[in-house]
Design a protein around this ligand. Structure first.
Ligand SMILES: Nc1ncnc2c1ncn2[C@@H]1O[C@H](COP(=O)(O)OP(=O)(O)O)[C@@H](O)[C@H]1O
Ligand SMILES: [Mg+2]
Length: 281
């Protein structure tokens, strides 16, 4: 049991923000770059898993919704099992339900929140970010990293103008933009990745840019990870977990090579994840 995957979560409490589109697109982009990538679809609707079943890389996808608090330990075990053979584990979350978001944020290296340029979308993104920030306070390592992903951006959409400037006050780094492109829906309908169906297309290039930003963020997380002497210490009483959750292998030179990484810190966090309950407000 090595559990070396970096956990990258596509999250957002509002439906339709582009979580699944982003998860599938990144799945294709990472697979194309030769990374061992696996995808867990935690949405009961199962759209990402259904796509995986049709796609060539079907064996790298799993449908595993979280059915409630009593299911947490088994759910985390399923994530761990899926992370065994992967470098990057993508998790596609359902809308509305805060429990999977809290659990995932406790475990994640990086949370991606796609947000479309609509006044209807911003409050959902803000609520999602607030929840992830709340989870950060639970984590001694300050993680997870967060990236907002401006999605479905179209020059014809009046609200798209100045969209990125409007996202800036949220105080979260922005990923490169994913524009509104029919390529995404077409790839989904054909059970293919954008990378395979439309190489070199604008949608493909945008997804590749986001994949690079994800790798850069994972690298930043590795740099911020505590040194060896700080690892695996728990101060008495306080439920603090300090772990080297990303041990960047020497000489990796910016390449995402997780082969030398230690166990993910969240392996040691499991009992607390299973006991965690999201607080409202
Ligand atoms: N960048 C995009 N370009 C075109 N269509 C998109 C884009 N992002 C999302 N969509 C479409 O918007 C709808 C909702 O996206 P989806 O990824 O399913 O959101 P979520 O998983 O957050 O509910 C889908 O029909 C999807 O194909
Ligand atoms: Mg979805």
């Amino acid at each position: 049991m090595s559990g070396r995957a970096a956990l990258v979560v596509c999250a957002g409490l509002k439906g339709g923000g582009g979580k699944t589109t982003l998860a599938l697109g990144l799945f294709g982009a990472f697979a194309e770059s030769g990374a061992r990538v696996a995808l867990i679809d935690a949405d009961p609707a199962g759209t990402a898993a259904a796509w995986c079943a049709r796609a060539a890389a079907g064996s790298a996808g799993r449908h595993r919704p979280l059915s409630g608090r009593s299911d947490l330990a088994a759910w985390v075990a399923a994530l761990r099992a899926e992370g065994e053979a992967a470098e990057i584990l993508l998790l596609d979350l359902p809308p509305r339900d805060p429990l999977p978001l809290v659990a995932a944020a406790l475990l994640a290296d990086l949370v991606l929140v796609p947000v479309a340029p609509s006044a209807l979308e911003l409050p959902g993104a803000e609520a999602s970010l607030a929840l992830v920030r709340r989870v950060r306070r639970e984590r001694a390592d300050g993680g997870p990293e967060i990236l907002l992903v401006p999605n479905r951006v179209s020059e014809f959409h009046p609200e798209a103008r100045g969209f990125e400037a409007r996202l800036a006050p949220l105080g979260v780094p922005l990923a490169p933009v994913l524009r509104l492109r029919e390529t995404h829906e077409r790839a989904y309908a054909e059970g293919r990745t954008v990378a395979a169906m439309a190489p070199g297309s604008p949608a493909h290039r945008e997804l590749s840019a986001i994949a690079r930003a994800v790798r850069a963020r994972l690298g930043a997380a590795a740099d911020a990870a505590p040194g060896p002497e700080e690892r695996a210490t728990e101060t008495s009483g306080a439920p603090v977990v300090r772990a080297g959750y990303l041990d960047r292998p020497p000489g990796a030179e910016g390449r995402l090579d997780l082969s030398g990484y230690r166990r993910r810190w969240w392996h040691r966090f499991l009992p607390r994840v299973a006991a965690h309950e999201p607080r409202r407000g």
